[in-house]
Design a protein around this ligand. Structure first.
Ligand code: PRP
Ligand code: MN
Ligand code: MG
Length: 185
């Protein structure tokens, strides 16, 4: 592909709006987690940009860790099975965990992760999710710090991929259908 911009149908959320959403959530988290030294758990790979921007907006001490989870494979629909590609390096027992996620679609990734962190003995587990697609929700997950609700369009950018591409865009965009035409259903 010569130029990524040629694959984009339209921009859904600008870089400026993304940072406004993140700053608002970070301000609330900075109040709520005073004195708690929260452990931010980013769900890789999609949450990498959100974690970087969000953690820089926090005004309280915190720690960072990463868990690489996959539910999508290379298609545009969730497989429903969560694969742990890489685990945390931190013992979460007694810790206040804030999961940082790029998008909640079916909710299966987060439902699985919340249960897993509680099973490991976390003192509390809450979620900041930059985006939510309410139309696609299959399981109930409580998002304490919601970002923005979006329509049921396949979006990429700011960490979100299609077949591992487009994660490095600084805004969130809808791809032209021709990009994923021919994909196996
Ligand atoms: C995507 C996205 C979320 C999850 C949301 O990750 O980043 O983690 O799917 O879908 P769900 O609510 O239906 O579980 P993906 O599996 O594509 O892995 P990636 O973050 O490495 O792209
Ligand atoms: Mn993900
Ligand atoms: Mg993905």
């Amino acid at each position: 592909i010569a130029d990524v911009q040629e694959d984009i149908d339209y921009e859904l959320i600008s870089s400026e709006e993304i940072h406004t959403i993140i700053a608002k959530a970070a301000a609330q988290v900075s109040k709520d987690y005073q004195g708690k030294n929260p452990l931010l758990v980013a769900v890789l790979k999609g949450a990498i940009n959100t974690l970087a921007a969000f953690s820089q907006e926090l005004s309280i001490p915190c720690q960072l860790d990463f868990m690489s989870l996959s539910s999508y494979g290379s298609g545009t629909t969730s497989t429903g099975t969560i694969t742990v590609r890489q685990d945390l390096s931190t013992d979460v027992r007694g810790r206040h965990i804030l999961i940082v996620e790029d998008i909640v679609d079916s909710g299966r990734t987060l439902a699985w992760l919340v249960e897993e962190l509680k099973r490991r003995g976390a003192a509390s587990v809450e979620i900041f999710a930059l985006l939510e697609k309410p139309a696609r929700r299959e399981v109930d997950v409580d998002i304490k710090y919601p970002g923005k609700e979006i329509p049921d369009e396949f979006v990429v950018g700011f960490g979100l991929d299609y077949d591992e591409r487009y994660r490095n865009l600084d805004s969130i965009a809808v791809l032209k259908p021709k990009v994923y035409q021919g994909e196996q259903a």
